[in-house]
Design a binder for this molecule. Structure first.
Ligand SMILES: Nc1ncnc2c1ncn2[C@@H]1O[C@H](COP(=O)(O)OP(=O)(O)OP(=O)(O)O)[C@@H](O)[C@H]1O
Ligand SMILES: [Mg+2]
Length: 327
C-alpha cells in the first residue's frame, strides 16, 4: 500500500438526500460512499441504473452539494475552484449546438477553457485527430451520428489537456465499433499519463480497460479494488475450440488440466483455467490439433456483478426491516 501512486480523487462518506418535490419526504440516494482514484489509472465507477453514479460525479464536479461527507480532487475540496483547469468532464447527455461544425464547437470550448489563441488551431486539430473526426471536422453537428457526437463530447472534455478526465457513460448507446474507438481513446489517455474516471454499466468495457473499480449498488459501495481481484483468479476461465484432436489425447488432456472436453460436431470445446491456457494450447498443438478460437470467459463478471446487486438488495431489505429510517 505504501508505494501506491498518489490519490487524485478522494471521496469520504458521501451522503446525498434528494427531495423529489415540495412537501415530499426526502430520499437518500448516496449512503456514505467512499473510494479513491489513484494517479495514472483508469477507474471504473460501476453500477446498475439508478445506483448513484451520476449523482456522485455531480458532487465531484461541484454541480450539486452533498448532504454530508467530503470529496476532493487533486488535493482540493470540490467546493473550491483551483483544480478545475486540471480536469475535463463529459456529462451524461451532452448537448451541442447543432448548427456548429465539429471544429467550431471545439474552438469555442478551447476559448472558454482559456487555451492561448496562438495554440488554439493546433490544439483543436490534435483533438480532432485523437478522436478520429478529422474527416468530419467541417460538417455541422446536426449531421453527426451518436458515436461521432460522443467523440465530440470527449474531445471537448480534453481540449485544455487536463490531468484527469471524468467521463459519465462514455460508451453509452454506441455500437461495438464505436465502443472500441472510445476504449482506444481512453487507453491513449492512460498511456499519456492521465487519470481517467468513468461511470459505466457496460461490464465488458470495464473488464477490458479498467485498472480498478468501485461497484455501487443502491447508493452503497459493494466493492473497491483491482478488477482482477474482483474477478477472483479461480473464476477466470477461457473457452477453447479445437479441431483434429486425437481422441486418446483428448482424454489425457482432460485429466491433466482437469477440464471436460466436449465434442460438438467436428470440433471440441473445452474450458480451461486462465493460468493453464498456455500449457493446454501447447499440449494440444503438440498432439496435432488445430486451434479454432480462444475466448476469455466474460460470463463470470456478469455473474459476480448480479450477485453483488442481489446481495446489495438483500442488505437494503434487511436494513429497512431493521427500521433504518431516512428522515
Ligand atoms: N435531482 C434529483 N432529484 C431527485 N432524485 C434524483 C435526482 N437526481 C437523481 N435522483 C435519483 O437518484 C438515484 C440515483 O440517480 P443517478 O442518476 O445518480 O444514477 P446512475 O447510477 O447515474 O444511473 P444511470 O446508470 O441510469 O445513469 C435515482 O434513484 C434517481 O432517481
Ligand atoms: Mg448516470
Amino acid at each position: 500500500m505504501t508505494d501506491s501512486p498518489p490519490e487524485i480523487v478522494r471521496v469520504d462518506d458521501l451522503v446525498k438526500d434528494f427531495r423529489p418535490g415540495l412537501g415530499l419526504r426526502s430520499k437518500r440516494v448516496l449512503h456514505g460512499v467512499s473510494f479513491a482514484v489513484r494517479e495514472g489509472e483508469i477507474f471504473g465507477f460501476v453500477g446498475p441504473n439508478g445506483a448513484g453514479k451520476t449523482t456522485t460525479l455531480k458532487v465531484l464536479m461541484g454541480l450539486i452539494r452533498p448532504t454530508s461527507g467530503r470529496a476532493s480532487i487533486l488535493g482540493c475540496d470540490v467546493g473550491e475552484a483551483g483544480f478545475r483547469q486540471h480536469i475535463g468532464f463529459l456529462p451524461e447527455n451532452p448537448y451541442f449546438y447543432p448548427f456548429l461544425t465539429g471544429r467550431e464547437i471545439l474552438r469555442f470550448y478551447a476559448r472558454l477553457c482559456g487555451v492561448e489563441s496562438s495554440l488554439l488551431a493546433e490544439r483543436v486539430n490534435d483533438l480532432l485527430a485523437l478522436v478520429r473526426l478529422e474527416h468530419a471536422s467541417d460538417a455541422r453537428l446536426s449531421t453527426y451520428s451518436k458515436g461521432m457526437l460522443q467523440r465530440v463530447g470527449i474531445a471537448q472534455a480534453l481540449i485544455h489537456d487536463p490531468e484527469v478526465a471524468f467521463l459519465d457513460e462514455p460508451m453509452s448507446g454506441l455500437d461495438p465499433i464505436g465502443r472500441k474507438d472510445i476504449r482506444d481513446i481512453i487507453l491513449r489517455l492512460k498511456a499519456a499519463g492521465k487519470t481517467v474516471f468513468m461511470n459505466t454499466h457496460i461490464l465488458s468495457d470495464v473488464e477490458m480497460i479498467c485498472d480498478r473499480v468501485a461497484i455501487i449498488v443502491n447508493g452503497r459501495i459493494r466493492y473497491e479494488g483491482p478488477i482482477r481481484e474482483f474477478l477472483r483468479e479461480d473464476e477466470l476461465r477461457s473457452d477453447i475450440v479445437l479441431a483434429r484432436l486425437p481422441s486418446e489425447t483428448s482424454t489425457e488432456l482432460g485429466e491433466r488440466f482437469s477440464a471436460t472436453l466436449q465434442t460438438v460436431g467436428e470440433t471440441i470445446e473445452v474450458q480451461v483455467r486462465e493460468g493453464q491456457v498456455q500449457g493446454f494450447l501447447e499440449a494440444a498443438l503438440g498432439a496435432g490439433a488445430e486451434i479454432l478460437s480462444v475466448t476469455p470467459n466474460r460470463v463470470s463478471l456478469e455473474h459476480i456483478f448480479l450477485e453483488a446487486v442481489e446481495e446489495g438488495e438483500r442488505a437494503d431489505a434487511r436494513a429497512d426491516r431493521g427500521g433504518e429510517g431516512t428522515s
